[in-house]
Design a protein around this ligand. Structure first.
Ligand SMILES: [Zn+2]
Length: 468
């Protein structure tokens, strides 16, 4: 058996790892690389392997940096099954179609530049038709149900506790007379996250491919998130201000809505109107409603009493652009959750432009902000920021809640490795910037795990398991 690391090696995006075993090729994830526009276009367009020779595709979860290049895989000749949980399939149904739309708009932008300099025009990496074709190849498998995906290879999904439908991927491989357990973490969540069950630790692993996003960090306790949110809403409403929250439409927005619902029924926040201004968040919430099988016990208990975690009296979903424009103009005290999560594009920009100059308001960050984004500039305390082509003075309060993170931190990751151990022969650290990967390698070394490899992009490693 061998593994080639074709993405998210010494980086966080574009996850794709190709396993060759028993004469078959199994692809783990097929994510989009997300970086500078030109570089991203080229890297995503050309797959580093022959898609027509891949036999089986296994998808850990729906985030675009894990699933977003599936339509290109299919357009490049892949026609086998795509195994995922049913919640992942349903989220991909909206997220991949949205990705095809963004792909088309990005290509139009690049072409407008190319036209000026007389360069040949580009076509989008994939089309909506490719996306529909990819969606037709999905086969859903529920958690903890082993299924033979290739001769001598059994796949089992376990809860990863990261986003709805997310899975840790176990491959049990019988090769000649050897039995090997290979575990791919996908993205690993945290214990105690709202809505989702905790990540399942899978024991007795031989080889582990482990994410290391926060391998060098320790998160504040998750229990703080809801209390902090309540306090920020209370304080802002007392000033008759608005709480403006840039939020990812899938996952974080539903967590926020559920947290606000819980605060509401507990009487810990005033009953002001709460708006979710994002058509994508509306669609994603529909998918959440369809998959209560993915929820934890707290959420079940809440549902028994209050039915739907994602709707309550003073909560409004805004879908149409006209209603969104009206909401932007309304100056009453309220909470507005809108996308994009890093304030790079979308309706959140209108809300920020209107409200960032008023000291009664609060801009609240609840998610990761990449470098060079508007979100990072506001979060860093810049007093003047460009929004939609004009400069705005920041007078609103700027607050940050880090405790909502959906990724395991260093302590969680080391504990996960301890639990997966039995006869761990090698750990491959992927999906992290160098700081995270190196921090995790050091922490694992201190915990007694020396067999840690940091694969380079495109590197192939041959696994030689002990005979059992
Ligand atoms: Zn993810």
């Amino acid at each position: 058996m061998e593994i080639s690391f074709y993405g998210a090696a010494e980086g966080v995006t574009g996850s794709q790892h190709l396993v060759k075993v028993n004469g078959k090729q199994i692809l783990l994830d097929c994510g989009l690389y997300q970086g500078q526009r030109d570089e991203s276009f080229m890297r995503n367009r050309t797959l580093p392997y022959d898609a027509s020779k891949v036999d089986v595709m296994v998808l850990s979860h729906a985030h675009i940096d894990h699933s977003g290049n599936l339509p290109n895989l299919v357009a490049s000749g892949y026609h086998g099954p795509i195994y995922a949980t049913s919640a992942t399939r349903d989220l991909c149904n909206i997220m991949l179609r949205d990705s095809a739309r963004i792909m088309r708009e990005d290509t139009e932008y690049l072409n407008s530049e190319r036209r000026k300099s007389g360069q040949p025009l580009l076509t989008p990496t994939y089309s909506m038709a490719d996306t529909m074709q990819a969606l037709s190849l999905f086969h859903s498998l529920e958690y903890q149900t082993a299924f033979e995906i290739a001769p001598g290879v059994r796949l089992t999904f376990y809860d990863a506790g990261h986003i709805l439908g997310s899975a840790v991927v176990l491959l049990e491989v019988d090769e000649e007379n050897r039995h090997t357990r290979l575990l791919y973490s996908g993205d690993l969540g945290r214990n105690g996250m709202l809505l989702l069950r905790d990540p399942v630790i899978v024991p007795n692993i031989d080889y582990l491919i482990l994410e290391s996003t926060y391998g060098a960090r320790k998160h504040p306790p998750i229990e703080q998130a809801e209390a902090q949110l309540g306090e920020i809403v209370r304080e802002t409403i007392k000033r008759r201000g608005k709480v403006i929250i840039p939020s990812f439409s899938v996952g974080r927005t539903q967590e926020l809505v559920y947290a606000l619902h819980r605060l509401n029924v507990a009487g810990r926040i005033p009953k002001v109107p709460i708006y979710v201004d994002s058509p994508m968040a509306f669609s994603a919430t529909e998918v959440f409603r369809l998959h209560p099988e993915s929820f934890d016990k707290d959420t079940y208990d809440f549902m028994t009493k209050h039915q739907d975690p994602f709707s309550f009296d003073n909560l409004h979903y805004v879908r149409r652009a006209k209603e969104s424009a009206k909401l932007t103009r309304d100056q009453k005290a309220k909470v507005v959750i809108s996308a994009s999560g890093m304030a790079e594009f979308g309706r959140i920009l209108q809300h920020l432009a209107r409200n960032i100059g008023d000291k009664r308001n609060t801009v609240l960050f609840v998610g990761y902000q990449a470098e060079d984004t508007l979100g990072t500039r506001i979060k860093a305390g810049d007093r003047m920021v460009p929004i939609l082509g004009s400069n705005y003075r920041v007078r609103a309060q700027v607050c940050v809640i880090d405790a909502f993170s959906a990724h395991a931190d260093q302590t969680d990751l080391v504990n996960y490795v301890r639990g997966a151990n039995g006869h761990l022969r090698q750990i491959f650290l992927v999906h992290g910037e160098l700081e995270g990967i190196r921090g995790l390698k050091t922490a694992l070394g201190e915990a007694g795990f020396e067999q840690v490899t940091i694969p380079k992009l495109g590197e192939t490693v041959r696994l030689v398991a002990e005979q059992s």
